[in-house]
Design a protein around this ligand. Structure first.
Ligand code: KMH
Ligand code: ZN
Length: 409
């Protein structure tokens, strides 16, 4: 969660020679933006307790326009830790550049002039808007279709390995398994028999929600991809993915023609299980919006953004932030949103999701490393990292039962 404000430094703020503005003015702005954030979080102005760090990086002069932001980075019982940044966005021109004393310019790139980390407090009995964010739903994508045993020896392949991995992820805090299947030799398959073996092995160990992939592997036909939707009885899945658009996927094409997307949506609706809409770029939101308008997606819309795929949208902070803002302005019907970052972006994207009230997907399908050069010994280790990040931030983890209720499963 973030707040920002923009103001102009006046000649009254200039305290030192050469119209230099006192650093205390920047701290006053940090105080104001912190107050806005506290009002948004708790419905109370709160109090500033302490700064951990303050760095004045670039001088600020009278006439500069300064934008300050505060981002919530951790929540305690009454403490709210924030990261502050001050940017210069407009500056007067220097005497040699100016046509007149009134000449000024909008900077092509905002300049960071100061940063700080600080903690505010809101007494518990004054917190009117507690439980700002819903419990965090963690999805574990444990198999995927593209990662092989050559990439990592920890990829589960046999039903026994898949069942154990699902249990480990559930124990670590995941409430959904995003499932692909593999033949014994590791090649991807959407065979319903293989899915049935996997689902049985998982349900022998845990009641975690099973979300089957209808995306399958690149190059598979729609019929092949939809086979897990034929399962009934004890092996009927709880949820299925719906990929809404065609795109480049690395060096390949992930084909999802409009007619095929509609066909898959209808098949999922027919068997009456929850749909997770998979999106890889901002334009995919339009495709999802069209499906809603055509009544092919109803009820709570579960959106999964997979970011950082070569061919899809980038996974950096500002891009993901913009993507979430776009989702919120475009899709007004009830929705829940999850973020999955590919490769080295996995944990940074998880962090954005936790702080923006979204859900998180991690797992070997999207990233095989725990940290640079160190392979994760399975998806459960990645789930544990997300659990820790969420706990540090003060966000609860959704239990399997809570997630089932949330998605009416
Ligand atoms: N294997 C990717 C090409 C899904 O599971 O629905 C597609 C995919 C999407 O993984
Ligand atoms: Zn998948």
């Amino acid at each position: 969660m973030k707040a920002s404000l923009r103001t102009r430094m006046s000649s009254q703020d200039a305290h030192y020679g050469g119209s230099l503005v006192d650093g205390a003015c920047i701290l006053a702005l940090f105080g104001d933006v912190a107050t806005e954030l506290l009002i948004r979080i708790d419905g109370d102005e709160g109090l500033f307790r302490a700064y951990e760090t303050v760095d004045f990086i670039v001088p600020v002069y009278a006439g500069d326009y300064i934008e300050v932001t505060a981002e919530l980075i951790a929540i305690g019982k009454s403490s709210r830790k924030m990261a502050f940044t001050a940017y210069k966005v407009i500056a007067p021109l220097t005497a040699s550049e100016a046509l007149a004393p009134s000449s000024a310019q909008v900077l092509s790139e905002p300049i960071v002039v100061a940063r700080a980390i600080g903690t505010c407090v809101v007494p518990v009995d004054l917190q009117r808007l507690s439980n700002q964010f819903p419990p965090l739903v963690i999805t574990a994508a444990i198999t995927g279709a593209e990662i092989t045993r050559e990439h990592t020896p920890y990829l589960p392949i046999t039903p026994k390995e898949v069942g154990q991995e699902a249990k480990n992820c559930a124990d670590a805090g995941a409430s959904i398994i995003h499932l692909h299947a593999r033949n014994t030799d590791g090649t991807p398959t959407q065979s319903k028999e293989r899915f049935a073996e996997y689902i049985t092995a998982i349900r022998d160990q845990t009641d975690i929600i099973i979300q089957v992939s209808t995306g399958g592997a690149i190059g598979m036909s729609i019929e092949e991809r939809c086979q897990p939707l034929e399962l009934t009885g004890n092996t009927k899945p709880d949820m299925a993915t719906l990929n809404v658009a065609t795109m480049n996927f690395g060096n390949d094409i992930f084909a999802n023609k409009v007619a095929d997307v509609i066909d898959i949506a209808k098949q999922i609706n027919k068997i009456g299980i929850a749909t997770e809409v998979e999106m890889y770029d901002s334009g995919h939101i339009n495709a999802a919006q069209k499906l809603i308008q055509e009544n092919l997606l109803s009820g709570l819309l579960h959106c999964q953004f997979v970011v950082g795929v070569a061919g899809g949208i980038d996974a950096d902070h500002d891009t993901v932030d913009g993507l979430l803002n776009r989702l919120n302005t475009k899709i007004l019907s009830p929705k829940t949103c999850s973020l999955a970052g590919i490769g080295r972006h996995q944990m940074s994207v998880a962090s954005i999701a936790i702080k923006r009230g979204c859900n998180v997907r991690v797992g070997l399908e999207d990233n095989i490393y725990l940290k640079k050069g160190v392979l994760a010994k399975g998806s459960a280790e990645l789930v544990q990292c997300v659990h820790k990040q969420a706990s540090d931030f003060g966000r609860k983890i959704s239990s399997i039962q809570e997630t089932k209720e949330h998605f009416s499963i």
